[in-house]
Design a protein around this ligand. Structure first.
Ligand SMILES: Nc1ncnc2c1ncn2[C@@H]1O[C@H](COP(=O)(O)OP(=O)(O)OP(=O)(O)O)[C@@H](O)[C@H]1O
Ligand SMILES: [Mg+2]
Length: 380
């Protein structure tokens, strides 16, 4: 079974759209596919697939211990494709508990399928990172915008920290060193990964070897979405260079997808674009990526230890997305490799201002929703 997780850091880059359409394309190629909506708190894959309303999903499963998992694995109108909905009907599941996460992961690992495709929410919270790391070759979705490239980079950097925390034995000097660095630096983002690894290599070569062995199997794959122009793809080369140089990761490029105006028409018609117009630029790009994925055999061999994981990443406090300071620090790394120019920085700051105001609006909206839910009897 191949597990494909989709992460991005930044929201709204096309993860859900790609997850849904890719699942259909792979199923059409004769594979047995399960699509899972793990964007807890923001599930929307069901709308892309064209479901009107759903009674049960991961939300109901986690809050009702008697509900068998099989009940939320739904058939779809697409032959070979089953679907596990998220939690659209139940607010408050964005921060699931550790035992719930483990239970969910176990259930997903035990699914019988050729491909399990997992859509994730935006951000780099440790829950999202852990779900992402269920695959050793997860898909990173980004757009050519600088903020999206930066977030993709941060997402991968956090994934590497997450792996360090889970692979360094807790009583090892390396683990303690990592903790010390974090305390001193106040945030993991300021830590330069090659320095840590050099330290570990000197002090505890065996741990270094184990880590290198594991990290060499971590092969995240990039999908660059919403291109307007061929030169937009230059960004991916630069991202790849930064990822190689500063994170020690080899990233594969799975392909580009252009922005396609037909998508909004498809959405209105309640059909996934691959069904609505298989000949569209967007659908063709999805088919191309689907072919590549089917051809690449990725063996999942206990890439991450679920049981051991939780404690370590509690401490790790990997949630860096709100850490503006840290972002600036990482900008330096990107500036250094020429991924960003000073002019780009100005654009980045402008778009961050815009994002902040959007977030404020979103926050206000959610508060209103929550107030309404509480009025109707929901207990937080
Ligand atoms: N290549 C494309 N061409 C046109 N529209 C696109 C394309 N990719 C995505 N979109 C549109 O962009 C919007 C965001 O896409 P989507 O919801 O899939 O992003 P996401 O990464 O899942 O977001 P979130 O992080 O909020 O879950 C949607 O309206 C989608 O239809
Ligand atoms: Mg989404």
């Amino acid at each position: 079974m191949q597990i494909l997780t989709l992460g991005s850091g930044k929201g709204g880059v096309g993860k859900s759209l790609i997850a849904a359409n890719l699942s259909i394309a792979i199923a059409q190629a004769g594979k047995n596919v399960v699509l899972v909506d793990l964007d807890l708190g923001g599930s929307n894959v069901h709308t892309i697939l064209g479901f009107r309303s759903l009674a049960e999903g991961i939300g109901t499963y986690l809050s009702n211990t008697k509900l068998p998992f099989e009940n939320i694995v739904l058939p779809t109108p697409y032959s070979g494709l089953r679907f596990i909905p998220g939690d659209a009907e139940i607010p408050g599941l964005a921060n699931i508990k550790s035992f719930q996460k483990k239970k969910l992961m176990r259930k997903i690992f035990s699914l019988k399928a050729d491909f399990v495709i997992i859509d994730l929410g935006a951000g780099t919270s440790y829950n999202i990172l852990d779900f992402f790391l269920m695959s050793s070759a997860g898909l990173i979705v980004a757009t050519p915008s600088l903020i999206s490239i930066l977030n993709a980079y941060l997402f991968l950097k956090n994934s590497v920290f997450r792996l360090m925390y889970s692979l360094f034995p807790k009583d090892s000097a390396s683990y303690k060193h990592l903790e010390e660095m974090r305390r001193e630096g106040s945030t993991l983002q300021k830590i330069y990964i090659p320095h840590i690894l050099e330290w570990v290599k000197q002090m505890e070569p065996a741990i270094h070897r184990d880590f290198q062995d594991r990290i060499s199997r971590f092969r995240p794959r990039l999908i660059l979405n919403m291109l307007e122009d061929p030169k937009d793809d230059e960004k991916s080369k630069k991202l790849r260079r930064s990822v190689q140089e500063y994170l020690g990761l080899t990233m594969e490029h799975l392909g580009v997808i252009y922005r396609d105006d037909l998508q909004s028409i498809a959405l209105n018609s309640r059909l996934p674009i691959i069904k609505y117009k298989p000949s569209s630029v967007l659908s063709q790009a999805i088919y191309r990526i689907s072919d590549k994925l089917i051809q690449s055999e990725i063996e999942e061999e206990g890439f991450i230890d679920i049981a051991d994981a939780e404690e370590s990443f509690q401490t790790a406090a990997l949630e860096a997305e709100s850490d503006f300071q840290a972002k600036l620090y990482n900008l330096e790394e990107l500036l250094h490799t020429g991924t960003l120019t000073t002019g780009d920085l100005v654009e980045t700051i402008k778009s961050q201002h815009f994002e902040l105001s959007q977030l404020k609006k979103e926050n206000q909206l959610l508060k209103t929703k929550l107030a309404r839910a509480i009025k109707q009897g929901y207990k937080p």
